[in-house]
Structures are given as structure tokens and as C-alpha cells.
Design a protein around this ligand. Structure first.
Ligand code: SF4
Ligand code: SF4
Length: 374
């Protein structure tokens, strides 16, 4: 795939890592070129250098969206990571594969470690872990006054994702309550993790096993719509490939993935007086096409969003958090500069919530938009 890069530089305009650091060697074009060179001369760099370079990508996918040649830089980087695994990728894999056992106690333990023990090396990771569980949550300011009949009686599956299943169960409860109000029949479905984090870290086989399992759950349920409320999970599910019986089935799968916010679009809400006067919205990198979360919030909050990010990445970065923690900081700072003045920030991606909650100024509370709904 890297051979197809024509070095046009279009992707340079959208890479948040390049924009925040000004270092072109960290940008997508350099990565595509590096992969091409490595495919021609495997002895060009040492194993350690390749593993280090493979860590330098946030996996946001913005470069892939604009590349006219179809070059998939995050996939190239994942290939490098898979071919040159190191201790950090192994650690990340363990963390992702054992979410049920590790995330809740890991997050609680990270919260208890005092700031003075946050060294430069592990401090950012501890903050991210602590943010995973969030704090007390946002103060709800929206109440449903009327549900439409649009989906009444329809069967759907809910793909909640690891964060909502194992750490932020209040999101799951609110989503179920809303779907119940809509009259939707939520079918039982034993989904596993979407696998996108493992795929980005280079563990293609583990990710494929998860995608095959999840597609089978959907088939067994009669191929109903699959509702999601995490942009990263949805992007991961949309990228499934190689686990379908036919191209037609894959097409049906892609069409059945619906954001919860689009299901709720005609719900009527009443706004309570405790609504924040400075409410910021962060648009996750993994939102594809129209941002239905933003549309729903604009409608429900009656235009109260005072500031929003567009092309700024939160800097979560998956395995890059471990591989090069300091490099994600300028990316994260640009995000907060855009949100300056907000006292509450909402978003629709579990990774963005964790990252923003961990890096928020003391005066700012961060949460999933579901937390705004009573
Ligand atoms: S990756 Fe795509 S957009 Fe970027 S320089 Fe290469 S061809 Fe151009
Ligand atoms: S995936 Fe994101 S961070 Fe990585 S090279 Fe592409 S635009 Fe840059």
C-alpha cells in the first residue's frame, strides 16, 4: 500500500500530530515513505528504531480520509507494530484483552497514586487510567418529555463497548433507558470488544477473532441494526473486513451500524436551569461524515454549545500513550486551547472522554453526552 503514495502532501494538512509538533518526520507522508523504504530494504533500520517509529502515530485516521490514493497510514503503522512488537505493545495488548478484569481496578488504583509520584515517564499514562473511570459525572440537565414512534417495536442490538460495559456503566444504563423509551426491543447479544485498539497496535489476529465473533452475534440475532454510542467503537466496527460471507453481507453490516444519537434525533427534551453557561463539545476524530451527536446536542441543548473542536485531536493515541507519551501533549494542548472558557465538555467517544478527563483544567468537568440526560 505504501508504494501507492505519490508524496502529494495532501495529508499533511490534516495530521494533528504534525500540526502540533511541526515535525514533518512525524506526519503521514513520512510514515508512508518509511514503510515503502522498509519494504525494499528490511535491514535499513534496527529493530528498536522501527519499533520506536511505529509508536509515533495517534491512529486518528484523518490522513486516510483525505488520501486520493487510498493509502491507509494507520494500517501501515499497525503492520509495522505487528512485525516489530516490543514490551509496550505487549502491555497495551494485555490491557485491551483483559478489559473486564483490569480496567475498573486499574483506574481506581491510578486515581489513588498522588501527583508527586507521577514521573515524566508514567505520569501521562496514570492520568489517562484515572480518567477512564471519570469522576462523579456530569450534572444531568436534560429530561425527555416525549419519545417519537419512529422505531417503536423494532429489534436492535446495542454495542456498548468496553468502557461502558466495564467502567462507565451509567452510560450503558442511560442508553438502555432511552432505547426502552423509544419502544425499541434491545436483543441480547454477547459482543466482545470491537478490536480496533488491538488492530491499531498490530495484533491483527486477535482483532480478526473479535470481528468474526461480533459479526456472528449480529447474524444470530437476525442482522438487526446495531446501535453504538462511542465513535471509536463505531469506526472500528465499520472497518470490519474479511469476516463476511459476501460483499453484500458486508454492505448490510455497514448500513446497520447506527449512532444512538441518530436514533434519538426526534426525541423532545426539556432543559433544566442548571445547564452550564459555557458548554464545550469535542468532536472525536473517528466521527465519519455527519456528526449526529453534535446535531442531537444542538437540538436538545437549544444552541447552548459555546465552543467546539473540529480538526483538533484529543491526543489519546492508543499505544502511542505508552510509546511516546510526551508527543501527544502538544496535540492535547491544541484541543484544550480550542475549548478554552468551557466549564463542561462533552463528547461521544470513550477514548476522548478518558483523555480529556485526565488532562482537563481543574475548573472543567468532562463526560459523555449521555451523562447530561437524566
Ligand atoms: S499518503 Fe496519500 S495524501 Fe499523503 S502524501 Fe501519500 S498519496 Fe498524498
Ligand atoms: S493516523 Fe492521524 S496521527 Fe497518524 S499519521 Fe495519520 S493523521 Fe497523523
Amino acid at each position: 500500500m505504501s508504494g501507492e503514495c505519490i508524496l502529494c502532501g495532501k495529508c499533511l494538512e490534516v495530521c494533528p500530530l504534525l500540526r502540533a509538533t511541526g515535525r514533518e518526520e512525524l506526519g503521514p507522508r513520512a510514515k508512508a515513505d518509511l514503510c515503502r523504504l522498509l519494504s525494499e530494504d528490511t535491514d535499513m533500520l534496527s529493530e528498536t528504531d522501527v519499533a520506536r517509529l511505529a509508536g509515533l502515530c495517534l491512529g486518528c485516521g484523518r490522513c486516510r480520509e483525505v488520501c486520493s490514493q487510498g493509502v491507509d497510514v494507520p494500517a501501515l503503522v499497525a503492520g509495522l507494530r505487528g512485525a516489530h512488537p516490543d514490551f509496550k505493545t505487549w502491555l497495551w495488548k494485555t490491557w485491551l484483552k483483559h478489559a473486564k478484569k483490569l480496567w475498573s481496578p486499574g483506574s481506581a488504583a491510578a486515581k489513588r497514586i498522588p501527583e508527586q509520584f507521577h514521573s515524566e515517564k508514567i505520569g501521562p499514562m496514570l492520568k489517562m487510567l484515572a480518567g477512564l473511570k471519570g469522576g462523579a459525572g456530569l450534572e444531568p440537565c436534560l429530561e425527555v418529555t416525549q419519545y417519537p414512534d419512529t422505531y417503536r417495536g423494532q429489534n436492535m442490538l446495542l454495542f456498548a463497548g468496553c468502557t461502558a460495559n466495564f467502567v462507565q456503566t451509567r452510560w450503558l444504563m442511560t442508553a438502555l433507558k432511552l432505547l426502552d423509551g423509544m419502544g425499541v426491543e434491545v436483543l441480547p447479544g454477547d459482543f466482545k470488544c470491537c478490536g480496533s485498539g488491538l488492530k491499531a497496535a498490530g495484533f491483527a489476529d486477535d482483532a480478526s477473532a473479535m470481528s468474526a465473533h461480533n459479526v456472528q452475534v449480529w447474524r444470530d440475532a437476525g442482522r438487526p441494526p446495531v446501535v453504538t454510542f462511542c465513535a471509536s467503537c463505531r469506526a472500528g466496527l465499520q472497518a470490519y473486513d474479511g469476516c463476511f460471507w459476501s460483499a453484500e453481507e458486508q454492505e448490510v453490516w455497514e448500513k446497520t451500524l447506527v449512532p444512538l444519537s441518530s436514533v434519538l434525533r426526534d426525541v423532545s427534551f426539556v432543559l433544566s436551569t442548571n445547564v452550564s453557561k459555557a458548554l464545550g463539545y469535542h468532536q472525536p476524530c473517528h466521527v465519519r461524515g455527519d456528526d449526529s451527536d453534535r446535531t442531537l446536542l444542538n437540538h436538545a441543548l437549544k444552541g447552548r454549545i459555546t465552543g467546539a473542536t473540529g480538526r483538533e485531536c484529543c491526543g489519546f493515541g492508543g499505544v502511542m500513550r505508552l510509546a511516546a507519551p510526551g508527543l501527544a501533549d502538544p496535540v492535547n494542548r491544541q484541543c484544550w486551547d480550542t475549548l478554552a472558557g468551557a466549564d463542561v465538555v462533552v463528547t461521544g467517544c470513550s477514548a476522548c472522554v478518558a483523555q480529556l478527563a485526565a488532562t482537563a483544567p481543574d475548573s472543567v468537568t468532562v463526560g459523555h453526552w449521555l451523562e447530561l440526560i437524566r
